[in-house]
Design a protein around this ligand. Structure first.
Ligand code: FAD
Ligand code: MLT
Ligand code: ZN
Length: 564
């Protein structure tokens, strides 16, 4: 099993942390110890299977085939030529409307109909790409007046099936609203269109010495409006906190076309209810976010990243405690990865592992500060302590930007690596830290006892990774294909487990369609009633996001679940 803490590992860390001995250069044997490729766990080996989702060209099933209990709400109008004509006239630009009604546009519509996880697939016949808030207002009002159901869509990187239609909802995609409106490099306040890709926002900010306060693996696709609508957490949450704090103002369009202009650039503003908070994490249920005013921190000059192997979850907790104690103000990330997660990355990328030896747990820590010398000194003292106390068994520290990116790849690449081998059941959970990994162990035991994991079985393993510093674990079950037996073994069992621990069934990904009916495991009847009153107030016709969280059907089911 786990190798004992070794003196040579300590030397590797020590030498790696001293720039004088290991100057800036691409990862080499001197800087980061490597080992030859190992065989990957048998349980994750691929098997020939015609329905394997990793097969090229595999056809994702329609959501309604996977969940036949879902019925189209007959209150909604079916799309007609006159509707499409209105959209084309209003949005003017040819490329602003993908029209699958007058002609066959299946190929063009497909990317907007299917989600990133290859789990949900809708049947929309029209995608609208407005380029201004006025255009969003006109088309949304028209949809509301004509009872056309709507799904707002950003980069379509969401992980709960919220961003794609279920039936024939109109997709309003924000891609063409991609302008940076203003930036003040004194206050760090950025005002930006909702459709700007977050990586573009961060690159812009980098040129001005600032940083986008959110980072996540899908940064190349996810949009600022999508981040806010999902209230995404990600890799910088530990340092910069929630979008509920960083977003200073919003511009949003209500279903009836009303433009809510609250693009405040004020850090403090206590004049009445803070209505923008309803849209942050609202997942598009009450309106479309077209503009965001966001507080962006100064970009740190000195960034360090270290990657460790640890022998137990107890030691992970000790390392986290020490990191907070010793690195406090410069600690910007503390991420947890289990052996299975790193196995998937290894198998997909075939990259050499950062450290030798097998450990049940790995952690990635990042520090960001303004004084490199001071940060290095602190980091080195911390590393010496955790190695000396045998809290950490082995580890490496990146020496330059390339190595930083490479080490982050072992964390950020997990989701994509698992997806490569099929599909994944994903549970995004907040749990008190002491029990954070227990849910992974219990799930593994449960699936093993039901003989659902293995070489010739549908599940490839049970994987745990996440934002340790935020008390947020991602419990993932990679599978060859979505499978009712696996789903029935996990749901609602996992939600009951979380409820008992007083955790959250959705720490950062939202509810979408995947978790909609389980909201009752987290929110009591009073909370649900108030949420419904808000939904009713903003979206009385219920055109936004039907079949998803807070839609009529979902509520009936989850309320029952909550009280059982
Ligand atoms: P979409 O997926 O298009 O939409 C998400 C939801 O918001 C949907 O309900 C949609 O209807 C709604 N929506 C989108 N745009 C708007 C708008 N302008 N107005 C109103 N509603 C809107 N999430 C995390 O929290 N942390 C992570 O670390 C993280 N890592 C990820 C890594 C990978 C590889 C992937 C694929 C996803 C990850 N995610 C993560 C999930 C996802 O990327 C984020 O939730 C992201 O913020 C979604 O942005 P998007 O523009 O793609 O939104
Ligand atoms: C992450 O932390 O990597 C994301 O939330 C993505 C995921 O959970 O798969
Ligand atoms: Zn995450």
């Amino acid at each position: 099993m786990a190798a004992p803490a070794s003196r040579s590992a300590l030397r590797a860390l020590r030498s790696a942390t001293r720039p004088a001995r290991c100057t800036i250069r691409p990862i080499s044997r001197t800087c980061i110890p490597r080992q030859s490729l190992r065989a990957f766990s048998n349980s994750a080996r691929r098997r020939d299977d015609a329905s394997d989702l990793s097969e090229p060209g595999h056809d994702v099933r329609y959501t309604t085939d996977l969940y036949p209990e879902l019925k189209r709400d007959s209150r909604f109008t079916e799309l007609k030529q006159e509707h499409v004509d209105f959209f084309k006239k209003t949005l003017e630009d040819e490329s602003a409307v993908i029209d699958g009604l007058s002609k066959d546009a299946s190929d063009d519509l497909e990317p907007f109909n299917r989600d990133w996880m290859k789990k949900y697939r809708g049947r929309t016949k029209v995608v609208l790409k407005p380029k201004s808030v006025e255009e969003v207002s006109k088309v949304l009002k028209y949809c509301n007046d004509n009872m056309l159901a709507v799904v707002p869509q950003g980069g379509n990187s969401g992980l709960v099936g919220g961003s794609v239609p279920v039936f024939d909802e109109v997709v309003i995609n924000l891609t063409r609203m991609n302008k940076i409106r203003s930036f003040d490099d004194v206050s760090g306040i950025l005002v930006i269109d909702g459709g700007v890709i977050m990586e573009n926002a961060d690159n812009f900010l980098k040129e001005h010495g600032h940083i986008y306060p959110l980072d996540l693996g899908a940064k190349g696709s996810a949009q600022v409006g999508g981040n806010v609508a999902a209230n995404a957490g990600g890799l910088r949450f530990l340092r910069y906190g929630s979008l509920h704090g960083n977003v200073l103002g919003l511009e949003a369009v209500l279903p009836d076309g009303t433009i809510l202009n609250d693009l405040s650039k004020l850090r403090k503003n206590n004049t009445g209810y803070d209505l923008k908070q309803l849209f942050i994490g609202g997942e598009g249920t009450i309106g479309i976010i077209t503009g965001v005013s966001i507080q962006c921190p100064q970009r740190s000059k000195a960034v360090n990243v270290a990657y460790f192997g640890l022998e137990s979850y107890e030691k992970v907790q000790k390392a986290y405690k020490e990191a907070k104690l010793q690195l406090g103000e410069i600690l910007s990330a503390f991420e947890l990865m289990d052996a299975a997660s790193q196995g998937f990355v290894h198998r997909k990328t075939e990259m050499k592992r950062p450290i030798e030896g097998d450990y049940p747990f790995y952690c990635l820590i990042e520090t960001s500060g303004s004084n490199g010398e001071h940060d290095n000194e602190k980091l080195e003292a911390f590393l010496e302590h955790v190695m000396g106390e045998e809290i950490v068994a082995d580890g490496v520290v990146a020496q330059d930007g390339t190595q930083i990116a490479e080490l982050w790849g072992w964390r950020e690449g997990i989701t994509e690596a698992m997806g490569h081998f099929g599909a994944t059941y994903k549970y995004d959970l907040s749990i008190p830290i002491k029990d954070l990994y227990k849910v992974v162990e219990d799930t593994r035991e449960r699936l093993e006892s039901k003989q659902l994991i293995g070489d010739d079985k549908v599940a490839l393993g049970v994987v745990g990774f996440g934002h340790m510093g935020d008390g947020n674990i991602h419990l993932n079950i990679p599978v060859r294909r979505y499978d009712k037996d696996v789903e029935a073994a996990i749901e609602p069992w996992v939600y009951e487990w979380i409820q008992k621990k007083e955790g959250s069934i959705s720490a950062e990904h939202g509810l979408g369609i995947a978790k909609a009916k389980y909201i009752g495991y987290q929110r009591d009847e009073t909370m649900l009633k108030l949420m419904h009153q808000i939904k009713q107030l903003y979206d009385p016709n219920g055109i936004m996001m039907p079949y998803k969280y807070l839609s009529g059907e979902g509520v009936k089911e989850h309320t029952g679940a909550a009280t059982s």
